[in-house]
Design a binder for this molecule. Structure first.
Ligand SMILES: Nc1ncnc2c1ncn2[C@@H]1O[C@H](COP(=O)(O)OP(=O)(O)OP(=O)(O)O)[C@@H](O)[C@H]1O
Length: 224
């Protein structure tokens, strides 16, 4: 369970999030809202990429400001821009980087790399420089790498914006069938329509929090 307790966040005294109180326990939670409304900032608080200016963020019994490392083991993060996530020269090395850090032995690592890169259509590119992949392929690589590390929660920041329709469907299906709880920032109303809960964030505040049908109608009205 993830909890926001009276969480506020400011950059240079500029309030971005204002006294957010949330308990997140559903399996699929979508976050939607206007550009600049604070969505990316909010999800970055969950894996301690950002810390609150005031208030507390908890991941189970871990307080983010005191347990950054453990929190990041529990919470995987897929960035909007996959270039932020490429750390190794080749596709296979980049994929296996997190597994190596987790201490997985070489033969299991090789087997896992083959299995998952094949699943995502990336196996034929295993020895290619990761930075030369297309935007969509980089996004697939980033998502595959985080999923392979099996964190308890996975946060996705607009995961399908760079993808063509086939890959978009692949990623949407992957997110829908994850064992882990997923929190997804997206502007794709159709995708979020199947989620358990939608939070509408605007001007740093939760403006609606509920089932997709009502939340998405609220969001559409907010945008007109
Ligand atoms: N590191 C930072 N320093 C200063 N201001 C920041 C920083 N990060 C975000 N902001 C500001 O915080 C506000 C909220 O940004 P955020 O990225 O959280 O919004 P968002 O809802 O995810 O937007 P979008 O839908 O456009 O991605 C914006 O005005 C942004 O300029």
């Amino acid at each position: 369970m993830i909890e926001f307790k009276e969480v506020s966040l400011s950059f240079d005294n500029n309030p971005i999030l204002k006294e957010i109180n949330l308990t997140l326990s559903e399996s699929r939670i979508g976050i939607i809202g206007c550009n600049g409304g604070g969505k990316s900032s909010m999800i970055r608080l969950i894996n301690a990429l950002l810390l609150p200016t005031s208030g507390e963020v908890w991941v189970d019994d871990l307080l983010t400001k005191k347990n950054k490392k453990q929190v990041r083991q529990q919470v995987g993060f897929v960035f909007q821009n996959p270039d932020n996530q490429i750390v190794m020269p080749t596709v296979a090395e980049d994929f296996a980087f997190g597994l190596k850090n987790q201490g997985m032995d070489k033969s299991t690592r090789f087997a896992t790399t083959e299995l998952i890169l094949k699943r995502y259509g990336l196996w034929e590119f295993r020895d290619h420089p990761a930075y030369l992949l297309s935007g969509g392929q980089k996004q697939l690589l980033a998502i595959a790498g985080v999923i392979a590390m099996q964190p308890k929660y996975i946060i996705f920041d607009e995961p399908t914006t760079l993808l063509d329709l086939r890959n978009k469907r692949l990623i949407e299906k992957t997110i829908q069938t994850l064992e882990q709880s997923a929190i997804v920032v997206s502007h794709d109303l159709q995708f979020l329509a199947h989620f358990d809960r939608i939070i509408v964030l605007d001007e740093g505040q939760v403006k609606y929090d509920g089932k997709p049908k009502e939340a998405l109608a609220f969001y559409e009205a907010l945008m007109t």
